[in-house]
Design a protein around this ligand. Structure first.
Ligand code: COA
Length: 260
C-alpha cells in the first residue's frame, strides 16, 4: 500500500494514472491536484510513453469532485487559488503532446467531470454517472466546467447540467457528446486499453500535430485555424514517420512508427 494519492503503472508504451483515494470516492484535494500535475508533466517528458489513461481507483468512482472537506474552510483568496490550481493542472492535460484517455469507471461529478473533460477522449462504463452538482453546495464549477461543457456539448447542455446540478447517466452523456463511447462496465478496461494501444502505435509527431491543431485551431477563426493546420501539415513532412507511413502503404505492410 502507498500513501500517494496516485497510482502510476506502465504497460509497454501506455501509462495509466489512477487517482487513488477510493475511500473518498477519489475526491480531488490540493495534494492530489499537485500530484496529477507532476504525473502528467512526467508523462509528457518521457519519450517512452505514447499514450496516457487516466482513471479512478475502486469500483464506484472516477472522481466524485473537488474535495468538499478541504473547500469548506477556504477564504475567497484561497478559493481562487484552489480553482487556479485545478484549472491550470487540467489545462496542462488538455495541452499534453500525447493522447490522454479518461477511463470513466463510475461517478464523474464536479471536478471529476471537469477532469474527464480536460482529457482528449472519454470512454465510460454504462454504469457511470456525470454531473456538475456544485450548485447544490452553493458553489459554481471551478476547474473549467462551465467553459468546457459549452465547447463539448453546447450551451443548452452546459446550462442544464450547471444550473440544475442533476446527474445524468452514461447514455445521456453519450447523446450530449460529453463522452466518446459507452461500454459495458466489465469491458471498460479491455476496450480502453485497445483504444490506447491503437493510439500508442500511431505516429507520435502526427498525433501531436493533430492535438495542437484541434486545441489551437478550435479557439481561433476558420482562416487562422486553416493556416495553422497547413503549417503543421508541412511540418510532418520533415518526419521519418511520414516516410515510413507512406512507404508502408505503398509496400502493403504495417508501418512501424518511431516518433522521429
Ligand atoms: N469531497 C470530499 N469527500 C467526498 C466527496 C467529495 N467531493 N465525494 C464523496 N466523498 C466522501 C464522502 O464524504 C464519504 O466519506 P466518509 O466515508 O468519510 O463519510 C465517502 O466519500 C463516500 O461517499 P458517500 O457520500 O458516503 O457515498 P454515497 O454512495 O452515499 O454517495 C455520491 C455518492 C457521489 C452521490 C456522494 O458522495 C456525493 O454527492 N458526493 C459529492 C459530489 C459533489 O458534490 N461533487 C462536486 C464537488 S464540488
Amino acid at each position: 500500500m502507498t500513501d500517494s494519492p496516485l497510482l502510476v503503472a506502465d504497460h509497454d508504451t501506455i501509462r495509466t494514472i489512477t487517482v487513488n483515494r477510493p475511500d473518498k470516492l477519489n475526491a480531488l484535494d490540493s495534494a492530489t491536484l499537485d500530484a496529477l500535475r507532476a504525473a502528467f508533466e512526467a508523462a509528457a517528458n518521457d519519450d517512452a510513453i505514447r499514450a496516457v489513461v487516466l482513471t479512478g481507483a475502486g469500483p464506484r468512482a472516477f472522481v466524485a469532485g473537488a474535495d468538499i472537506a478541504e473547500m469548506s474552510g477556504l477564504t475567497p483568496a484561497q478559493g481562487r487559488d484552489f480553482s487556479l490550481r485545478g484549472s491550470r493542472m487540467m489545462r496542462g492535460i488538455e495541452k499534453m503532446p500525447k493522447p490522454v484517455i479518461a477511463m470513466i469507471n463510475g461517478f464523474a461529478l464536479g471536478g471529476g467531470l471537469e477532469l474527464a473533460m480536460s482529457c482528449h477522449l472519454r470512454i465510460a462504463a454504462d454504469t457511470a454517472r456525470f454531473g456538475q452538482p456544485e450548485i447544490n453546495l452553493g458553489l459554481i464549477p471551478g476547474f473549467g466546467g462551465t467553459q468546457r461543457l459549452i465547447r463539448l456539448a453546447g450551451r443548452a447542455a452546459a446550462l442544464e447540467l450547471c444550473l440544475t446540478g442533476t446527474p445524468i447517466d452514461a447514455a445521456r452523456a453519450l447523446q450530449l457528446g460529453i463522452v466518446n463511447r459507452v461500454v459495458p462496465a466489465a469491458e471498460l478496461q479491455a476496450e480502453t486499453m485497445k483504444l490506447a494501444t491503437q493510439l500508442a502505435n500511431a505516429a507520435p509527431l502526427a498525433l501531436r500535430g493533430i492535438l495542437d491543431c484541434i486545441d489551437t485551431g478550435g479557439e481561433v477563426g476558420i482562416g487562422e485555424g486553416l493556416e495553422y493546420e497547413s503549417a503543421q501539415f508541412g511540418l510532418v513532412f520533415s518526419t521519418d514517420d511520414m516516410r515510413e507511413g507512406t512507404s508502408a502503404f505503398l509496400e502493403k505492410r504495417k508501418p512501424a512508427f518511431k516518433g522521429r
